[in-house]
Design a protein. Structure first.
Length: 51
């Protein structure tokens, strides 16, 4: 079951171009798979209104 925190994270919005650039960066670094926490850590500054 999702917690309130999980739902808050899932409701966040990201700039599609910046998210694509982030994933491209991982691909260029030779990463075929990355964990969700890494995505969140790297993407947090790109999430709209992230504090």
């Amino acid at each position: 079951m999702l917690t309130r925190s999980d739902i808050t994270i899932l409701m966040q919005q990201v700039d599609v171009t910046k998210a694509y650039d982030l994933l491209a960066m991982f691909k260029e670094a030779g990463k075929n798979r990355i964990d969700i926490q890494t995505i969140l850590d790297e993407a947090a500054p790109k999430i709209k209104d992230c504090k």
